[in-house]
Design a protein around this ligand. Structure first.
Ligand SMILES: Nc1ncnc2c1ncn2[C@@H]1O[C@H](COP(=O)(O)OP(=O)(O)OP(=O)(O)O)[C@@H](O)[C@H]1O
Length: 243
């Protein structure tokens, strides 16, 4: 197992539990979805996974190892997160070339110009983009730069928190197809957090449904569809079928 969230609880204030006994796993090379209405606790769980917040109870394991301060750097070399707001994640005064150089240095890697060109091609960015500033890019291009920055370190797991929500449908589909390609070519596991059921159903092999801080259901894709047993989960996905 790549990621194992074991019986995790979280409150920000006494008496108000935001996460309740969360159990979630992501296997090597697996694409897992996490859906739920606004405020159900998805982003809080993402922050806990990335060790930006501490669980009150429970534990998190990465490649069977309990996540601790001591092995945090190994974790960050192998797990990357992308948030919805691509603009905020990119330093506005850096060109794309500089933005890509940073994670390359952090990962102690070096790439030739030719290799960088190949990577740009993989995420379908034009080669002349290297000298552009984030403000000169479209929303979809900014998110591609963000994705490219995250995958340069070749993580085993990519956590995507609402990364396509602010993009139009066509660009959303292109970004999702890019994630499918990265999953296939690099065997990179993905935890895809979204309230966009259509995107999640298309992309994921397995989906968790969250409601009011609890995981209420889980289903694996079978013959292109999902079979939920919980009433709330069924209602959510029923609406999608009727679209
Ligand atoms: N730093 C914080 N301090 C106090 N409460 C917080 C904090 N962060 C989140 N919350 C509360 O935790 C609950 C869950 O929020 P969270 O952002 O995890 O939900 P979400 O499912 O990701 O929602 P959305 O889909 O709208 O992003 C909300 O009620 C929110 O107000």
């Amino acid at each position: 197992m790549l990621l194992h969230v074991d019986q995790v609880n979280k409150s920000y204030r006494a008496g108000q539990r935001i996460l309740k006994n969360i159990n979630l796993t992501v296997g090597k090379g697996e694409i897992v979805g996490l859906v739920g209405e606004s405020g159900s606790g998805k982003s809080t769980l993402a922050k806990l996974i990335m060790q930006l917040e501490k669980p009150e109870k429970g534990a998190l394991f990465f490649v069977e190892q309990l996540m601790t301060k001591q092995n945090r750097s190994y974790f960050y070399e192998n797990c990357q997160i992308i948030f919805q707001n691509a603009t905020a994640a990119l330093n506005p005064v850096w060109t794309v070339r500089e933005l890509l150089r940073e994670p390359i240095q952090v990962a102690h890697k070096s790439f030739t110009d030719r290799e960088i060109q190949t990577m740009l091609e993989m995420v379908k960015l034009p080669s002349d983009i290297l000298e552009a500033l984030p403000s000169e890019l479209s929303g979809g291009e900014r998110q591609r730069v963000n994705i490219l920055r995250s995958i340069l370190v070749e993580p085993q797991l990519l956590v995507c928190d609402e990364i396509v929500s602010s993009l139009d449908r066509l660009i959303q589909r292109e970004i999702i197809d890019l994630l499918v390609t990265l999953n296939k070519e690099k065997n990179m596991a993905i935890l895809f957090i979204s309230h966009d059921l259509k995107a999640v159903s298309y992309l994921c092999n397995r989906i968790y449904v969250m409601k009011s801080g609890e995981i209420v259901d889980e289903s694996r894709k079978c013959e292109g569809g999902f079979a939920f047993t919980d009433k709330y989960a069924q209602m959510l996905f029923q609406a999608l079928e009727n679209e």
